[in-house]
Design a protein around this ligand. Structure first.
Ligand SMILES: [Zn+2]
Length: 347
């Protein structure tokens, strides 16, 4: 391993091939592209020959999940929300449940860390991918950030923050009622620990921010650049670690506190554009994540990552095979340049 790799930004890709005798006796060569993620150094595979193959369950949008009509047993629907969800402590937070527009936020009954909350998108029990209003997502992001802001005022060491979304059970969601998860802790996650070190080392060496420099390289290259929503700029990930992976980067902004109203709007609009892309591909489940270190020294700029997950439908295969779980390389089928081309229609 290059001892200085944390200080560098390298886009590397290599095509390898597999040779065999085809079923009809003909010689076959299959190409596989191995790309290295310029930020994490992790390698991934793009098995281009599989792009011709139709993924099971994606011929049409799957029907809505069975729980879409079960609003009377959903703890996130009114009136159950009042009696079935927990409340924040009044001495730490401004309200027992925070609210922005139609978004309500309350603690996660099954927390992942010291501060763990659920931020509802709004009161609607089920909204299909790509069908929500961007303003509902904007409200939910604002609510999440308000919660994180209040945590920091009370516990300044809880600097490792994340906003994530699991849309539908195939992406890890336990309830179909659309919501974000909001987390803050004194202990970093693996990705936060890595990114903190990576971005700091890069800045020390280059006196510039890693994600801004990544974005500048991608603007110049243009093949994976999708478009902008306000100051947010959107790209297909160079070395995807999920299907149809899209990044939104807000260059130069390293904290949620520095976010302006227009930034929240741009974030929500880009997320909805991405959802509309996923809908056009007949995909109904996805994950979203934004990681932040709330310290003045943080050199990690705001970046939202979105990726499709296996459809939530019967008989669909999981998108993590033995290759991902055991070898640690994500294998996707579509080139990021094709993903970007498809996505531009929604910007
Ligand atoms: Zn509900």
């Amino acid at each position: 391993m290059d001892p200085h790799q944390y200080e560098k930004l390298i886009f590397s890709q290599e095509v390898i091939s597999a040779h065999f005798v085809g079923p009809s006796g003909e010689p076959v060569e299959r190409l596989i592209e191995v790309r290295r993620n310029p930020i994490t150094f992790r390698t991934c595979r793009i098995t281009l020959s599989r792009s011709q193959e139709k993924e099971a369950g994606t011929d049409a949008m799957p029907p809505p999940p069975p729980d879409v009509t079960r609003t009377s047993i959903c703890p996130f629907c009114e009136p159950q929300l009042q009696t079935m969800t927990p409340r924040l402590y009044a001495d730490t937070f401004s309200k027992q449940r925070l609210q922005v527009g139609g978004s309500k936020l309350f603690p996660n009954l099954f927390p992942y860390g010291s501060y763990s909350a659920v931020s509802l998108i709004d009161a609607n029990h089920f909204v299909e991918i790509g069908k929500a209003s961007w303003s509902s997502y904007r409200d939910s992001f604002e609510n999440s950030i308000q919660y994180l802001h209040e945590i920091l005022a009370k516990d300044p060491k809880a600097v490792y923050m994340a906003i994530t979304q699991n849309h539908l059970p195939s992406a890890g969601g336990s309830l179909v009622h659309p919501h974000l998860q909001v987390n803050a802790d004194r202990l970093p996650s693996n990705h936060q620990r890595f990114l903190q070190k990576r971005c700091a080392a890069y800045f020390r060496r280059n006196r510039s921010l890693l994600l801004s420099d990544y974005l500048a390289r991608e603007r110049e290259n243009a093949s994976r650049y999708i478009g902008a929503t306000g100051e947010w700029e959107w790209l297909a990930a160079f070395a995807p670690e999920g299907f149809f992976e899209i990044w939104g980067i807000l260059p130069g902004v390293t904290s949620f506190e520095a976010l302006l109203d227009d930034h929240l709007t741009g974030l929500a609009q880009g997320v909805m554009n991405t959802q509309r892309l996923y809908r056009s591909l007949n995909r109904n489940g996805y994950n979203l994540g934004i990681l932040v270190m709330a310290t003045p020294a943080s050199r990690l700029e705001l970046r939202v990552v979105l990726m499709v997950r296996s459809n939530y439908a019967p008989w669909v295969r999981n998108d993590h095979t033995g290759f991902e779980v055991m070898l640690g390389d994500m294998a996707t089928f579509t080139s990021p340049e094709t993903t970007a081309k498809e996505a531009r229609r929604f910007w």
